[in-house]
Write a protein that binds this ligand. Structure first.
Ligand SMILES: [Zn+2]
Length: 283
């Protein structure tokens, strides 16, 4: 690898990021009009065994395109057992699943070589394993690495995270990246693509709390991304398949009623509810 490409300056990273974002916005045709409605997207982080067995049949049946945050070097983990790249590629080709880079192996990192392997090499490996996703892995979902360091990046919570080497590398190689910027759980829907947006993790939450959070974005015409680790479905104290089904049914009910639109996580970044101008006019 060349030093320059592996260690972009903040300026280089931002320029590359902007150009990738230009391509992303054009690939999706620009802002997605929600006709004044709230928008919701579902993200699933690895756990391919339970994802294939329990989640995908439910989301396909309800016409939901969901994302997989993928680690191309973790196929042999127990939580991914039984699913092949060919099978996952079929889901992508059929339009049921979109893919986000979730790092090569979901481990803590420290050196520039680690950064390259986990963030940059990972992208090429995903595209090689999943040809249907080639050219369409626009985004990076930073992996959670409890108790370990991510070469200073943390979780993408603080502005300063994004000028660290991992932060600059993520931006240089992706059109969009999620994070945990505070105050961004209920997303503004104005068609402007933003980085660092937070999500709500379903794993240990009850149906009642999730329903309240969905109702809140419906009221405010905001956007919500719900995330689940499928590997934890049905574990003690965690969401069950039945509870997940109830949440999905609630989402479909609101969609059928015209209260919200369901989008993929990539699409959610482009959602435009026209709410900003409308709310200002109303106040
Ligand atoms: Zn993860």
């Amino acid at each position: 690898m060349t030093g320059e490409a592996a260690d972009p300056t903040a300026g280089d990273a931002w320029i590359q990021h902007e150009i990738r974002r230009t391509a992303f916005e054009h690939a999706f045709g620009g802002p997605i009009d929600t006709d004044g409605r709230a928008a919701l997207a579902l993200r699933f982080d690895h756990g391919l065994a339970n994802f294939a067995r329990h989640v995908l049949p439910l989301t396909i049946e309800r016409g939901l395109t969901v994302s997989q945050a993928h680690n191309p070097r973790n196929w042999d983990l127990r939580e991914n057992e039984g699913v092949t790249p060919e099978e996952m590629d079929d889901w992508i080709r059929a339009g049921h699943v979109e893919v986000w880079n979730h790092s090569a192996s979901h481990r803590g990192i420290s050196t520039p070589e680690d950064v390259h392997e986990e963030i940059v090499a990972s992208l090429a490996e995903i595209e090689e394993q999943l040809p249907a996703a080639a050219g369409k892995v626009w985004g990076f979902n930073p992996p959670g690495v409890p108790g370990e360091d991510y070469a200073g990046f943390g979780k993408g919570t603080h502005p300063s995270d994004w000028v660290t080497l991992p932060g600059r590398t993520i931006l240089a190689h992706h059109a969009v990246a999620s994070g945990h910027v505070s105050g961004t759980t209920q997303r503004v829907l104005d068609g402007r693509v933003r980085d660092g947006l937070a999500h709500v993790t379903l794993d240990a939450r009850g149906v009642g709390e999730i329903t309240k959070r969905i109702d809140a974005v419906v009221r405010k015409r905001r956007g919500l991304q719900l995330m689940l680790h499928p590997s934890r479905l049905g574990m003690e104290g965690k969401l069950t398949v039945e509870a997940l089904t109830m949440i999905l049914d609630r989402i479909v009910e609101l969609r059928d009623r015209g209260d919200l639109v369901t989008l993929s996580p990539y699409q959610l970044h482009l959602a435009d509810a026209g709410g900003v101008a409308r709310d200002r006019a109303a106040n």
